[in-house]
Design a protein around this ligand. Sequence first.
Ligand SMILES: [Zn+2]
Length: 93
Amino acid sequence: MKCAVCSGLMKPVTTSLPFKLSDERIIILKGIPVLQCGSCAESLLEDAVMARADAMLGKLDGGAELAVIRYAAGEGPTRRLQRTASNGGCARG
Ligand SMILES: [Zn+2]
């Protein structure tokens, strides 16, 4: 397969891709296979990968503004990142 931008060779790589579901919500898919151009920064998803990513994102329940899920694992539940406690300015007494 050739790059649509520069006709360079597209090669399969595994990477992490952010998917913006809404203005407030970003999901990062880890270990997702994409085709990446060796000559420019263009990358694309195969139809099957896109369809699966779509299905995975569709199954997510509401909640975290930012979540990281693994694309790779075929079975098992997807795991959301736990919220980290980030209110550092909370002093006692
Ligand atoms: Zn290219």
